[in-house]
Write a protein that binds this ligand. Sequence first.
Ligand SMILES: N[C@@H](CCC(=O)N[C@@H](CS)C(=O)NCC(=O)O)C(=O)O
Length: 317
Amino acid sequence: MLVNGVWQSKWDPVQKKDEQGRFLRQSSAFRKTIAADRIAAVKYGAVETLGVKLYVAYICPWATRTLIARSLLGLEKYIPVSIVDPQLSDSGWQFHGYPGSTPAKQESISYIYQLYTEADPDYTGRATVPVLWDTEGHTIINNESADIIRIFNHDLRPVHNAEIDLAPELLLHEIDRFNERIYDTLNNGVYRAGFASSQEAYEEAYNDVFTTLAWLEKHFGHSVYAVADQLTESDIRLFVTLARFDVAYYGLFKTNKARISDYANISAYMARLLKIPAFSQNTNIDHIKAGYYSIKELNPMGIVPQGPELDWFDYLN
Ligand SMILES: N[C@@H](CCC(=O)N[C@@H](CS)C(=O)NCC(=O)O)C(=O)O
């Protein structure tokens, strides 16, 4: 992480913990949106690009939220993407030529932390992805995936004019309630289990994860989507965790009461989403495995398991 703009090379996957050994995630520091005049300039054809770039890791569920939203809304041609290597190096996320990542020679930076120090020379905190970067102002617009998907859906509507609305006004309350229900207990719940530093903290998180999965299994017995009867950002936020569960969390994070493939209704829901290219094309199993299993504190030998082999891999190209 960075302390007063200086990189500290000892990388610790535990962001913060409380006295009971519970994993605490850092809150995001850059929370702006894309300038309205730039959005208008693209809308009226005065300029072709928004002057932004999205930095992501395929391993990262939060970054993948932004990739899926970008694809669903048809923003590919307006928002170029740079994909870091899946393994965190001693200097954090890097471009170092891992297959499927953006080649280092196409990038003006080698490490993601360089974006943070350019945006704020005194920055203290972790250099996380996703980063929505301002290529003209040379600063970070936003580094919080929950904001970025709303910026894409709402603020960039004049640009994409998409039929789909990932957070319609009328459903907003329900969407927020669903997101909140799954964030702590599932999206971040698996991390709380994986990075717990006490037995109690692990068990608390493990129970939260499987209570929520049991609830979701019931929910998808009678619902096609997470909220109401249409695809929303809640589906994106749920999917990215489900897609990593059997592949990484079940083994590495010890959330091993059951696999997602043991839940018939959740599995059918995943298959429905994977038929949509925005979901399947932004799911990279090789990066997910290589990335999670490179976390030395949890897997000192760095051995990447060969399995599992899951039916839904057929949907990926
Ligand atoms: N609140 C952020 C969280 C992002 C985050 O934690 N990203 C992880 C990867 S999954 C990261 O970059 N970690 C690097 C680090 O902690 O040093 C968001 O949702 O955008």
